[in-house]
Unconditional design. Structure first.
Length: 238
């Protein structure tokens, strides 16, 4: 079973894999820098986009999504009406406030490097972020893959998965919810219909019962309301 919280995501578009995923990756890289106590030492950031992310990146706003993520914005709560205001200092003044805290120079043409003909191992949607410090020989780099639906994984995550290691925390988030404790487990549409017929329930009743085994009803309906509100806002804006 896949939870509604996994199926319906709030995030910036136009693409979950080419826009939201890279923005999430940038945010994850900021966390990596903070955890290493390196954020205050960053002088420069370089972004390398590979394969599909580079081939269709400009059309899917991959480049600007990465910048927004580096500025500290989150894909699920950014005010999309202000995106131009957020990007202007970076694109016109070459000034980026990393994580909203650290001022660095950022030159779009030099610091975003496109590799459309190069695919990284594991997945076609690959990207690397590298932070350089006072000594240019001192750097911290991480490679991420945008694996669909706004989910990301590191190279280490995917390598361990390919080697049969299923204990990976990042990949757990994109895996199907475990059937343990789920009252009406199913793995496909046919099984879902069978659960409905067996128990005399509608699809929505089966889904709600399964969701309630994972979290409380108030949280479930608050999230559904939030998703619905965003969908309606998108329709109105369009």
């Amino acid at each position: 079973m896949i939870s509604l919280f996994e199926m319906f995501k709030i995030g910036i578009g136009p693409s979950s894999s080419h826009t939201m995923g890279p923005m999430v990756a940038s945010s994850a890289f900021l966390t990596l820098l903070k955890d290493a106590n390196k954020l205050d030492s960053v002088n420069r950031i370089q972004v390398d986009l590979y394969g599909s992310l580079a081939s269709t990146g400009k059309g899917h706003a991959t480049d600007t999504a990465v910048i927004l993520g580096l500025l500290g914005h989150k894909a699920d709560n950014i005010d999309t009406n202000l995106v131009t205001d957020y990007l202007d200092p970076v694109l016109t003044e070459h000034h980026l406030k990393l994580a909203g805290e650290r001022d660095i120079n950022f030159h779009y043409d030099a610091d975003i490097v496109w590799h459309p003909l190069t695919n990284l191992p594991h997945h076609p949607n690959g990207m690397s972020l590298t932070a350089y410090f006072a000594d240019e020989d001192d750097s911290l780099s991480q490679t991420y893959y945008s694996i669909g639906g706004g989910f990301i994984a590191t190279a280490e995550d995917l390598a361990s998965s390919e080697n049969g290691d299923d204990t990976n925390e990042n990949l757990d988030q994109v895996a199907k919810t475990t059937d343990a404790g789920i009252p009406y487990p199913f793995q496909n549409a046919q099984e879902l219909l069978e659960r409905c017929q067996e128990h005399g329930l509608s699809i929505s009743e089966v889904m709600l019962a399964n969701e309630k085994s994972l979290r409380d009803e108030e949280t479930i309906f608050a999230y559904i309301d939030a998703v619905w509100d965003v969908m309606q806002t998108c329709v109105k804006n369009g």
